[in-house]
Design a protein around this ligand. Structure first.
Ligand code: PMP
Length: 442
């Protein structure tokens, strides 16, 4: 047995015995061991402990926007860890990286989204926003405005609040009781939102929350005009608008923030993932001046909400350096250009294969539908997307599927540094995988 095989066997056994994986099948882990044990990453590529190389077509979890192996980020972390690894931001204690990152985010964010509360990830950003908007109405003398309207197929995270806001029912089955005060409405219909508000009563609703592009729900891109209409409805009924830009923020859609596609400014914007490109856990809740001003004018006592790691100096130092890279290397523009190229090449699969239906992209986030009949969009009874991504993985490409409900969808979110050659490589591996599965299925 080679040294590699001995190591692999040891790690597989230890993984099965001791590591409970997030969002994974425990049975599958016990039967097959971990799917891949990664060792290192560079650019858009990851390598496993046996030396096999993969293109990361999902930037891990839609988050490694600047790509892997950035020494600059390691250096920023090292410098901060050696100077001041951690300090509390409670009780108005502060630190320079947190102040600078809050200022930078305020600078970049649309409109007057100017005040920042830090978290360590997307679920924390979500749960924080629900508490903040309810607090907001309470101090404004409307304590009954507590409900959060969310959407079908939405994904907002896995804390109790964010699980309850999530509209993908499969995530609710894990738990026997959800938080109260969450209502779901149809995804892309301003009329449905209006009806839900009327039915619930605007004086009971604190906020409407939406991902500008739904990610885990299958990469669903809103029709033009939808968010402009939503903004108007929220204003009309005196409801705060929360944009969950956890996936879409920091260049993913070909704009720095996806809201910019439609020229709207939410009252609250949620960030994570791309803010640090996953190099360190970090998230943020950004609020507009009018919300911040009401907090300043009306809050009494202590804002009793704060994570130990809110405003973590090392996380913030890495976030700052990450944003510097995004800007310096024009990665938002690259996201737009490479997204268009990937879109075009995948759309060609509609004629080059017999099982590819709709392909949709906005910047470097996209989806490809697998269908049995390209004219009617009829689906296969047995889903093929999972088989296709297994074939792709064998050939060195990592992708993800969305298969809840009747979806049979492959989703894409490569690092924003991807270049033309790497797009071509991704496309040719995926095409081979699709043709292989198609041959067996038709
Ligand atoms: N909101 C959205 C839109 C997300 O896609 C995610 C994670 N995929 C979250 C929130 C939750 O973020 P986290 O996993 O960092 O808690």
């Amino acid at each position: 047995m080679s040294i590699n095989e001995t190591l692999t066997n040891e790690l597989v056994e230890l993984d099965k015995k001791h590591f409970i994986h997030p969002t994974s099948s425990i049975k599958e882990q016990q039967e097959n061991g971990p799917a891949i044990i990664f060792k290192e990453g560079k650019g858009v590529y990851l390598t496993d402990i046996e030396g096999k190389k993969y293109i990361e077509g999902m930037a891990s979890l839609w988050n490694v926007n600047v790509g892997y192996g950035r020494t600059e980020l390691a250096e920023a972390a090292k410098e901060q860890l050696e100077t001041l690894a951690f300090a509390s931001s409670f009780a108005t204690f502060s630190n320079e990286p947190a102040i600078r990152l809050a200022t930078k985010v305020a600078d970049m964010a649309p409109g007057d989204l100017n005040a920042v509360f830090f978290t360590s990830g997307g679920s924390e950003s979500n749960d924080t926003s629900y508490k903040l908007v309810r607090h907001y109405w309470k101090i404004k003398g409307q304590p009954n405005k507590t409900k959060i309207i969310s959407r079908e197929r939405a994904y907002h995270g896995v804390a109790v609040g964010s699980t309850s806001a999530t509209g993908i029912k499969d995530f609710h089955h894990m738990t026997t009781s959800l938080a109260t005060g969450f209502v779901h409405t149809e995804s892309f219909s301003p009329e449905a939102l209006r009806k839900t508000i009327e039915a619930e009563g605007a004086d009971t609703i604190a906020a409407f929350i939406a991902e500008p592009v739904q990610g885990a729900g299958g990469v669903n891109i809103p029709p033009d005009g939808y968010f402009q209409e939503i903004r108007k409805i929220c204003d009309e009924y005196n409801i705060l608008l929360i944009a969950d830009e956890v996936i879409t923020g920091f260049g993913r859609t070909g704009k720095m923030f996806a809201c910019e596609h439609w020229g709207i400014v939410p009252d609250v914007m949620l960030l994570a993932k791309g803010i640090s490109s996953g190099y360190i856990p970090l998230g943020a809740v950004v609020v507009r001046d009018h919300v911040h001003q009401d907090f300043i004018n009306l809050s009494e006592g202590t804002l009793l909400h704060g994570f130990t790691y809110s405003g973590h100096p090392t996380a913030c130092a890495v976030g700052l350096k990450n944003i510097e890279i995004l800007e310096r290397e024009n990665l938002v523009q690259n996201s737009k250009e490479m997204g268009a190229l990937l879109h075009e090449k995948l759309r060609a699969f509609q004629s080059e294969t017999n099982i590819v239906g709709e392909v949709r992209f906005l910047g470097l986030i996209g989806a490809l539908e697998i269908v049995k009949n390209q004219q009617t969009n009829e689906r296969f009874s047995e889903k093929l997307a999972p088989q296709i991504i297994t074939e792709a993985r064998k050939r060195g490409l990592i992708l993800r599927t969305v298969t809840f409900g009747d979806s049979d969808t492959i989703v894409f979110a490569p690092p924003l540094v991807i270049n033309e050659e790497e797009v071509n490589e991704l496309v040719s591996i995926l095409k081979a995988a699709i043709l292989e599965v198609q041959q067996a299925a038709l």
